[in-house]
Design a protein around this ligand. Structure first.
Ligand code: IPD
Ligand code: CA
Ligand code: CA
Length: 262
């Protein structure tokens, strides 16, 4: 991959992030409900998307952009940028400073580059396939913890109510072993797995733009990424389990035994 793709993604993430930071401080934005009361979008999500798309398409007019708040189609579909211009809108709207801009570049269903930017902390995470994961320029690694007891585990709640019984059972099982958090930005949660802050993370029903960047960053930091049944990760199915190898195996056992009703 040409390094200019990664560079453009970084510039685009900083541009989107500066838009988010500006309005987060001013608290001046309008909110629209998409599905349930906590599935929100603001005019700032859209402004961030426009800023990001303008940079990506100016530099790479032949590469499609699949964005949560606006896509740009080109003739070629075997590669694309997947963009979430504001991952964590519910946090943003409630003035909770944990959200991000997420970009992933995939070719032939394989991740090639990922960039996630937290504009409040000015934390920049990025990775290229085979070249490691980086946080503000420093190489990062997933945690070396091997015990689930006392580990920092994170999940999220799907918007579709039909999926709730499944996650509720899994949460009950996990909470017999350790505490659990829901932080509200899938992309940033994956980066915290990459940085060894979060020991394990799983969630259902996400979208390609939530996952395309963070999944590669977590993998390049040494985490194992599958779906929560242990099957190969699929960007378009939206279910993910990311953790360093031993925790991944143990967490998978707990979650799967709940799925199978054991
Ligand atoms: C949401 C966040 C959240 C996850 C939701 C996503 P959005 O993205 O990633 O952590 O639990 O499922 O939709 O809507 O804020 O871009
Ligand atoms: Ca999102
Ligand atoms: Ca979003």
């Amino acid at each position: 991959m040409s390094s200019s793709i990664l560079e453009a993604m970084i510039v685009a993430s900083l541009t989107g992030g500066s838009i988010l930071r500006k309005y987060f401080e001013k608290e001046n934005f309008s909110v629209i409900q998409k599905s349930v009361s906590y599935d929100l979008v603001t005019n700032i999500d859209k402004e961030s998307q426009e800023g990001i798309n303008a940079i990506l398409t100016q530099r790479f007019p032949d590469i499609p952009v699949i964005g949560e708040e606006g896509s740009i189609q080109t003739g070629r579909q075997t590669r694309a940028f997947y963009v979430d211009p504001l991952d964590g809108t519910f946090n943003f709207v409630h003035h909770y400073p944990f959200f991000s801009v997420s970009l992933g570049y995939w070719e032939e269903n394989e991740p090639v580059a990922g960039v996630v930017f937290d504009p409040i902390r000015r934390d920049l995470f990025f990775a290229q396939k085979g070249e490691g994961a980086f946080f503000n320029g420093e190489r990062i690694y997933a945690s070396d913890r091997t015990s689930l007891e006392g580990s920092y585990l994170v999940t999220g709640f799907p918007y579709k109510e039909g999926k709730h019984p499944r996650i509720e059972k899994e949460i009950r099982a996990v909470m017999k072993l350790t505490d659990l958090r829901v932080l509200g930005s899938a992309a940033l949660e994956l980066c915290y797995v990459a940085k060894g802050i979060i020991d394990g993370y799983w969630e259902y029903d996400l979208s390609s733009w939530d996952l395309a960047g963070g999944v590669l960053i977590a993998q390049e930091a040494g985490a194992v990424v599958t779906n929560p049944s242990g099957v190969d990760f699929n960007l378009f199915e939206g279910d993910v389990l990311a953790a360093p190898p031993v925790i991944h195996q143990k967490l998978l056992e707990v979650i799967k035994s709940e799925q199978l009703g054991i």
